[in-house]
Design a protein around this ligand. Structure first.
Ligand code: TRP
Length: 334
């Protein structure tokens, strides 16, 4: 990786089964960025311990995240694609940053408050310092750009604060990391039931997963919410119909979209046909990705090699930063 490139870092929680929203919202950004930047993409397995202390499913989930992202086009030869737990210096930096993070600001974090509400029985210190670990992930590579969605903006702001506090106290080591997305690419992928976005936790029948079989895709699309169709020419589309057109824009050709737009406007639209077409185009889009996932997943040797290669790149970058950190802090006694 050429040294002059700007540095990008992002983390992916290994919660398994990526969906169309992840693809168009995040993965597509990573794939573009790996061409233009020095990229560090990390599977956040330590972070998942804050809410899922049981590690039985962790290995499988980590392997799935690797396979799914690679199937989508993330290239381990271009980016460093690695596991958080393979970069031990993350823990060292996390420890130093913990001394610069205040209990009050951590308690005010929106994601922390949400998790306290959801799991009052497991409010552990790791959960409280989740943003500190995330900051360590990012600044360990002295990254400038972090491709993340809106929900991570507060964490990123905290990372900037911790980096600045370190720089002021011990000397300039870290750049300020900022959110980065190719503007137009931050597409919202609506769910099929007309309620909100596709998501891992909400209605699974309204979300298209990259691992879904063809018939499942067809079935989900066929169930998408529609109505009897417009009765007045050129009427405004209700939200759930707008959503279906938004989904078509992701996978259908312009001709197909234009035809159904016209049919809608002159009240001849047949939603059954539209959904059949959309279902087939979704299958065409998802099937090759799913097939790639299914060839990568059982190939444990390949996955091991990906992780080793990623760990090597990440550890090299981490080692360089931590040398500067220890020197700046005066933690070098001989
Ligand atoms: N907290 C992020 C999420 O929930 C995952 C994450 C961990 C991350 N470390 C990161 C994101 C570093 C960006 C940079 O999605």
């Amino acid at each position: 990786m050429a040294k002059h490139k700007e540095i990008v870092m992002s983390g992916i929680r290994p919660t398994g089964f990526l969906h169309l929203g992840n693809y168009f919202g995040a993965i597509r950004n990573y794939i573009k960025m790996q061409e233009d930047f020095e990229c560090y993409f990390m599977v956040a397995d330590w972070h998942s311990l804050t809410t899922h202390p049981d590690t039985k499913e962790l290995r499988g989930n980590v392997e799935r995240v690797l396979a799914e992202n690679i199937a989508c086009g993330l290239d381990p030869d271009k980016a460093a694609f690695f596991c958080q737990s393979h970069v031990h210096e993350t823990a060292e930096l996390y420890l130093y940053l913990n001394m610069l993070a205040y209990k009050g600001e951590l308690e005010k974090t929106v994601t922390f408050k949400d998790k306290v509400r959801q799991h009052p029985e497991n409010v552990n210190a790791g959960l409280l310092t989740y943003p500190v670990l995330q900051a360590a992930d990012i600044i360990l590579h002295r990254a400038q750009y972090v491709p993340v969605g809106k929900d991570q903006e507060q964490h990123l702001e905290m990372a900037r604060n911790f980096a600045n506090r370190f720089n002021h106290r011990y000397g300039e080591v870290f750049p300020e990391p900022v959110a980065y997305n190719y503007n137009a690419e931050l597409v919202k992928v609506p769910s099929l039931d007309g309620k909100g976005k596709m998501s891992k936790s909400e209605n699974q029948m309204a979300t298209l997963y990259l691992a879904d079989e063809d018939d499942m895709i067809r079935k989900k699309v066929a169930k998408a919410k529609t109505d009897g169709g417009p009765t007045e020419m050129n009427s405004i589309k209700p939200d759930y119909i707008e959503n279906i057109f938004a989904l078509m824009k992701l996978v259908c050709t312009e001709d197909v979209i234009a035809k159904y737009e016209a049919d809608y406007n002159n009240c001849t639209i047949r939603y059954g046909d539209l959904k059949k077409q959309l279902g087939e185009d979704m299958v065409k889009f998802i099937a090759p990705v799913r097939e790639k996932i299914n060839t990568i997943l059982p190939d444990k040797n390949y996955l091991k090699q990906v992780m080793e290669q990623g760990a090597e790149k990440a550890n090299k970058s981490a080692g360089e930063t931590m040398k500067l950190v220890r020197e700046a802090m005066g933690l070098k006694y001989f």
